[in-house]
Design a protein around this ligand. Structure first.
Ligand SMILES: Cc1cc2nc3c(=O)[nH]c(=O)nc-3n(C[C@H](O)[C@H](O)[C@H](O)COP(=O)(O)OP(=O)(O)OC[C@H]3O[C@@H](n4cnc5c(N)ncnc54)[C@H](O)[C@@H]3O)c2cc1C
Length: 319
């Protein structure tokens, strides 16, 4: 399940694995054995993400005849950041003091830049991170509000772990012992003056919204390249008129709520989103619950940022 959530096919190899030459022959028994070994390593690392998993520990649990496959799987997972990543302490102590792999300049101290920096440092590279702003974190930024001693923390950027299955952010939370709070599945809607929306109408309009999107996907297959230049908004409105759905004021308001939510999720107006590409990141969606970090005071939030930034084992500063 972990391997699937990470995007590994059940019975095939990723292009990257093929390029890395993890097996001598594709499609046979050796490939199957490699996949079983890889899944074993992934499961073992995920069962305790607080400590470094060594190749030796894995080899102890597997028969000698599979040693070369285990070695290939371990190296692939390690160098591609599937295991032994994050803020686990042995990683920092394993970082070589004298680097010998060369130097890398990373532009941007957001999550991606900081994670890449940490990973490269653990491989022995000298890393310099250049950041244009006067703070790290990029699009993740927690604003402290209030007086001294009475703070509230407000996230102005990324805050929800959107699907906990195999999500590397979930691994970071576990390594920092930060509990997670599941976001409720149900989302009751209210009319403009506060009365709750009738559940029947609510679920009916949600169904209509989803069906309209299904139709968009069918239609764009037929349209081919033409769909690139036609906005998602215009196709949805045309389909709504064609099927004569969401006609009453209340129904229309509810459908508009879903459309506004779609714009929020895509960070753009429906009139600016292309019919072809509006859902291009769907294959990378993580499964499982959506969660917030439970922060007891603002200290922990800064810990997450500073743990990514520093490779030191010293405690995070107060602010
Ligand atoms: C309001 C909002 C809410 C969000 N909510 C969520 C959420 O709940 N869950 C979720 O998973 N994601 C959420 N996201 C998305 C998430 O925050 C981003 O996907 C993630 O932070 C991107 O990280 P990154 O390192 O790739 O890029 P960024 O965080 O954008 O980092 C890029 C960094 O590079 C710097 N930079 C750029 N160009 C240069 C340059 N030329 N020289 C020097 N520095 C440069 C920038 O200043 C920035 O610090 C949200 C985003 C926003 C804006």
């Amino acid at each position: 399940m972990i391997a699937i959530s990470l995007g590994f096919p059940i019975d095939a190899l990723l292009e990257e694995e093929i390029r890395a030459g993890v097996v001598r022959q594709l499609g046979g028994k050796e490939q199957n054995d490699y996949i079983v070994g890889k899944n074993h390593i992934l499961a073992r690392w995920r069962s305790n993400v607080e400590v470094w998993l060594s190749k030796g520990q894995i080899k102890e649990t597997v028969s000698n005849e599979y040693e070369h496959l285990i070695s290939a799987a371990y190296d692939f997972l390690l160098y591609n950041g599937y295991i032994n990543f994050g803020v686990l302490l042995p990683l920092t102590s394993l970082m070589p003091e004298l680097t010998n792999e060369g130097s890398v300049i990373i532009v941007g101290a957001g999550l991606a830049g900081l994670s890449a920096a940490k990973q490269l440092m653990s491989f022995g590279f000298k890393v310099i991170v250049l950041e244009g702003r006067n703070r790290p974190g990029g699009r993740v930024y927690t604003q402290k509000m209030g007086k001294k001693g009475q703070f509230a923390a407000v996230d102005l950027g990324g805050s929800v772990i959107t699907g906990i299955h195999a999500n590397p952010l979930g691994v970071l939370a576990r390594q920092l012992f930060i509990p997670l709070h599941k976001v409720r599945d149900n989302c009751p809607l209210y009319k403009p003056y506060g009365a709750p929306v009738d559940k029947g109408i609510d679920s009916n309009i949600e169904l209509i919204h989803n069906k309209l999107l299904d139709k968009v996907m069918e239609l764009r297959k037929i349209m081919g390249g033409f769909a690139n230049d036609i906005s998602l908004g215009s196709v949805l409105e045309r389909l709504r008129q064609l099927y004569g759905v969401a006609r009453s004021t209340e129904e229309r308001q509810l459908l508009d709520w879903h459309l506004a939510n779609l714009e929020y999720a895509n960070v753009g107006c429906l009139s600016d989103l292309s019919t072809t590409f509006w859902d291009q990141d769907d294959p990378y969606e993580m499964g499982g619950d959506h969660c917030f970090l439970v922060l007891q005071g603002v200290q922990q939030e800064t810990t997450l940022q500073y743990s990514l930034i520093t490779s030191q084992t010293s405690p995070a500063p107060d602010s």
